[in-house]
Design a protein around this ligand. Structure first.
Ligand code: ZN
Length: 198
């Protein structure tokens, strides 16, 4: 099923190759998720692109009421990341980084400089980030932007400060952004020694 949202083609589909919904590879159009409710409009949308030789997922959450936006993992290819952001709103409020591995923040400096937005990451990974986080998150902390709220869930293991971000709103499904601790459609990496190359 394909939906067209302002400024971009967004597809909701299940990949025949991967068997899980929302699979994209670098160069694909963004995939988008719009929660449906019979009684109220969607409070937010989630869009995703894949970037770089590492096939990193970059997610963008956009409030439908305020156009506030939070990016999760400015992984690489800043021009493509900025294109994703600008496809819906010229505003970016915050960037949340799931963990400090090099392939998850190669576009972070460019994005933070362009939008002067808040950066956030787990406190134990803060020292490994190219941009020192404005918010050094502990388990249970919240990252807020407009009417959006992501709750931080500490997932120590992949890295000491690995953090999942939980997006929820009344009447909508809960969305969990897990970084490399849980891969879409497969097990993640929860031991630092095994995944040191990521
Ligand atoms: Zn990693």
């Amino acid at each position: 099923m394909t939906h067209r949202l302002p400024g971009m083609t967004v597809s909701q589909r299940r990949s025949a190759d991967s068997g899980w919904p929302g699979h994209v590879t670098p160069g694909d159009p963004a995939w988008g998720y719009v929660p449906h409710s019979a009684n109220q409009p969607a409070p937010w949308t989630v869009r995703k692109i894949s970037v770089s030789e590492m096939n990193n997922n970059v997610y963008l959450v956009t409030s439908q009421a305020t156009q506030a936006q939070i990016l999760i993992d400015a992984a690489a290819e800043p021009d493509n990341v900025i294109g994703l952001i600008e496809s819906q709103s010229s505003r970016l409020d915050a960037v949340a980084t799931t963990h400090s591995h090099w392939d998850h923040h190669r576009a972070l400096t460019d994005v933070v400089q362009r939008y002067a937005c808040t950066s956030a990451a787990g406190v134990a990974d803060a020292a490994g980030m190219p941009v020192h986080p404005d918010l050094k998150l502990q388990h249970g902390d919240s990252l807020r932007a407009g009417d959006l709220k992501l709750k931080a869930i500490a997932l120590r293991g992949h890295t000491p400060g690995s953090t999942a971000f939980c997006l929820s709103a009344a009447g909508s499904p809960t969305v969990l952004f897990t970084g490399d601790s849980l891969f879409p459609g497969g097990p993640g990496a929860t031991q630092t020694r095994k995944i040191s190359r990521h």
